[in-house]
Ligand binder design. Sequence first.
Ligand code: BES
Ligand code: ZN
Length: 661
Amino acid sequence: MRRTPCLLLKTLPLLCLFALAACGQKDEINPAASIRHPIAKKADTTQATQVDRKHDEASYAEPARVRTTHLMLDLTVDFDKKQLAGTATLDVNWYDDNASDLVLDTSDLNITQIEGGDGTGDWKPLTYTLAPADPVLGSKLTIHMPTPGKAGHMRQVRITYSTSPQASGLQWLSGAQTQSGQPFMFSQSEAIHARSWIPLQDTPGVRFSWTANIHVPKDTTAVMSADYGDPENLQTATTYQFNMPQMVPSYLLAIAVGDLKFKRISDRSGVWAEPGMVAKAAAEFADTEKMIETAEALYGPYRWGRYDILVLPPSFPIGGMENPKLTFATPTVIVGDKSLVSLVAHELSHSWSGNLVTNASWKDIWLNEGMTTYVQGRITEALYGADVAEMERQIDQQELMTEIKDGDIKPAVQVLALPPVPPGTSPDDEMSDIAYTKGAWFMQFLEQRFGRAVFDPFLRSYFDNFAFQSITTDDFEKYLRANLLPKNPKAVTDAELHTWIHEPGIPSFATPAHSARFDAVDAARKAWLDGGALPGTEVTGKWVTQEWVHFLEGMPAALSPDRMAALDKAYHFTGTPNDEIGQRWYPLAVASDYKDARPQMAQFLQSIGRQKLIMPTYAALAKTQEGLAFAKDVFAKAKPGYHPITVASVQALLDKAKPAN
Ligand code: BES
Ligand code: ZN
């Protein structure tokens, strides 16, 4: 099992853990996978020009020779076999007259037949080679055209296949594991898991439109990241049809099937969830329409028709996924006071940064995640106030600075324009909070230097200019130099730009977020730590999630069990229904040897699968023999309900644990 230094990241451990998942399910170990980049002694100033930033090291596809333009899926969902089975038909355009093969990405697929077509409805069998599986990238599928060169170029290729029950991009839940008692399945394709349920060119540099026919057992509903008619009048059926007319990259393909109900929020938005969850979810996300309007006012029309949110079961391994027209979201943000709905602001923002203008390869993921985190902050500010947006920024920035200080992110990958990963390494390995928090910080820097009156229209024009394209940091930089810098030539220097994009760490000239509301939290915590009373409800009654998070994050590494008991008596942290608070409380309970929290801690670890929330507690437990034994015991019980990638992450953490006593 591969080791990764970012395993213990406090936020978004998912990014590096996806990689572990990929090899966690296979027996082979690729020795190259553990080779890390040598740490750059000084920033390589020529990197941007030396590296082919359009090239995607995480895909076998050859988009310079041939590109998919359209995909047609016809799949049957079989809950007993934990399998999708059917056909994927790709329309392709050839660009290289000498090309004789179509190379696709696959992972764990069982392929039974491949045929070529010319668009007239005639199909003839094609020969193909499925290479042995690489632990990270899966199996390269080479489809041979009937004759070499241009004459043999088929315009259509139809692949008959089925998925493996262990497909890394799918989770299958039995009726016993869902609220409704009905089985449930869902996908998570980003970054390189679409290939585990569809054979395709699995790279963000290739965009295509798609349609799907999905056959499901009766009493279940299928939804996908596509158009599917009016959700308020959708008849339950055994075949559902989907249409994605916009050109999208493969990582945005998504499907979920289960006992799903819909509740409307506005004419163009609503919530899908299991019946017992849908009303609560619609109430929590009631501001969605206002969020869309806020983003539209800043960055131009929402171009995707509907914006719905699917609330997944608690095993969903991440917080949210920006599947077009249908964001996938964890139920852990439904806490009753809308304090965590910036997750919706984030996924919605991807409708501009990411889904409309897409990173051409994972090296430039900051173009997706950093810009989105910036836009998310703008939406949060407009709806809930600058003070709320500032609290969220401060939490993120402090987390990133701690990770940098603790050596969790090596210098070579503290840059926005990431270097290529070495062969055999997953792109997820070198993604971190850098893309999110440094990326957003860079955008705030530009905003501050140029002013919103200049920066907002610039960003809007950037989205318009590159709409439905996949681009690199170089494209962004060129556009910035041509369209923003001339507006005020003195606003930023070349050296400053270079530092943000190509040098490790956070520039010394960056302005950190500073929340006045957190000053009050700091004062209250300090007063107690210095021997005074705990803040009473006249103070904490107004606190939202972020203030509680900050209150706990500022505590010493460990407290005495007595002090933990005092906190618990006052605020009932143990058993909190707010998992963001649980994420901080349970590791503190472990470090403080506060055993009273253990039963509820076990419950917390067993009831949710979102990696960001549970990994810190597993990591804290793994530091002692006794804790590790407890963690292993809990994991054994939790495992059947976890997503494949969460299983792989926890397993890796426990396997590599070296408890101190
Ligand atoms: N697109 C990401 C999730 C992702 C990134 C999956 C990279 C795989 C590889 C999504 O938009 C995201 O950032 N989700 C966050 C939400 C948070 C920042 C509000 C998450 O899941 O924690
Ligand atoms: Zn995101």
